[in-house]
Unconditional design. Sequence first.
Length: 378
Amino acid sequence: MEFRIARGELAEAVAWAARALPARTPVPVLGGLVLTARAGRLSVSGSDFETAARAETDAEVVADGRALVLGRRLLDICRVLPDGTVGCALEGNRFTVEAGGTRFGLSTLPYEEYPAPPAAPAVYGEVDAAAFATAVGQVAVAAGRDDTLPVLTGVQLRLDGEEMTLSACDRYRYAVRGLGWQPAGPGGRAVEVLLPARRLLEVARALGRCGVLRILLDPAGAESAGAVGFEGGGTRAVLHRLEGRLPGYGSLFELTGAAVAGAECAALAEAVRRVAVVADGNSPVRLDFSAAEGSLLVRAGYGDDVAAQRLPAVLRGAEEASVAFNPAYLLDALNSFEGPELRLELLRAGQRVLLGPGGPGTAKSVHRHLLMSVKQLV
């Protein structure tokens, strides 16, 4: 095995594949990256038991071959290599990397002991990569972090015709975002898959600039544990699905008899961030809406340690309304919205509140975030 490649292209391919490397593993070969040189192309791939990542790029291949080398060590080497052409070769059990008069040698790992990565399914459709990355970021904030409840740590992806819906829930909040996509074939029944939120967010952000993102999925195996792939710009990531599905949100998002408030989203987020500095522990931030005054009072704290800020707001369906939230959850929700105006549907204190984009003619299905308000107000 021998090839030559530009330093930047090698570093980029190794960095992408290294995303799938486990932080710690009792299986040494899982810490390796597989480098395959063949027919003018270099493929670099890595895998753990949850994710597989592969990058492919052009290279001047002198001799075809394959090598398994320590991934993080190779990544460190790529970071310090001088700019220019890099020459790599497999010499017995030693992999060499040379550029600009600097030479590194790496011992190889036994490839025959390397577990087969999950196979990538066929292309199921395409979506705008930047829009998909934004949508994943908007819902992933609501995913749980408790690994004892794995279903709640995922983002659910539903594909129905030319509509894609992403959702996440951790029992205290529920985020939903819809966007359009293009199926590869004629539409059939709706398909739902549940993917690890943290991994999906990493993949979506990394592929956000590739233009068109191809979704790899086997609809026949969608109801059982399997793999879902994302591909674009010469790179691919394959994620293992989580078993189960999120609870339905249809009835949760129906707030019959709710008062409706409107406020400027960025100003509200800044006010919450400001007053929350006195919110110790689980102390909530309270929002007091007044229809008569056309304002919203944001306040937090107890006793002498308090903070408050008044903002312009509108309220319809009630003279006054008060709700209180965990400040971190509220900020996550507010920061996930892109538009200038925010719409809030309010029930009584201690019940759920639905946040969505404001403004006339805005479709509710675009992005909505449900929060449970706390019963104890400031």
